[in-house]
Design a protein around this ligand. Sequence first.
Ligand code: FAD
Length: 192
Amino acid sequence: MNTSAPLTRLVYVSQATFKPFHTPEGMECHVAEILAISRKNNQQQQLVGALYYGSGNFFQCLEGEKTAVEALYAKLQHDSRHHRLTILHQEPIAQLGFQDWDMKYAMIDQQARDFIKQQGLRKFDPYQFSPKMTHQFLQIMLQNSKDVPATMLQHAIDTPIPEIKPLTPLHYMMMAVLLIIVVFAAIALSSV
Ligand code: FAD
């Protein structure tokens, strides 16, 4: 990496737009795909960072040359797998914190749960994070050295995500008819 170029750390949060689908091992399949493409691209762009996904929200830290980080953040805003992107923190850095990770996936569910409890939150909602909480959560991600096992990641990537078809007017009609039958049956039974 050209060390003379200014380095930056950008932390943002976003909300997933997909319906979660986990493998039996517990890896969310959309996240596995995102992780795989991120690792490949970030290596090329000399970007590093970490990602956490919980309760339908993403918390991501991106580090690298300022222009590359900002170009990626601009690209991320067009990815329909998430929305409501909000920057929680950005600072110039002298050295990378996640230097060994093209994109670390923070396997910190228990630590995240403990942290949420300590902070008095009901679920992982990083939109509620104060600057201090953002810093503390980042430290948890930095200190954790556990990565997703390669087999678990590959299994999640290979698992076909079932297509969820929206309900049609016919479905609603059938449900209404069923409901009417149930109501009539209940009335008939109660009058016997
Ligand atoms: P293409 O695959 O050609 O993408 C073209 C467009 O389609 C882009 O706008 C892309 O965002 C969108 N797109 C691609 N695949 C899908 C899909 N399955 N569903 C919906 N839209 C899609 N990429 C990185 O390189 N580094 C990261 O650190 C990184 N972190 C991410 C974190 C999150 C929470 C999310 C949701 C995505 C992240 N991505 C990351 C993925 C990134 O948004 C792009 O999809 C990826 O970089 C490939 O984009 P592309 O334009 O090169 O390629």
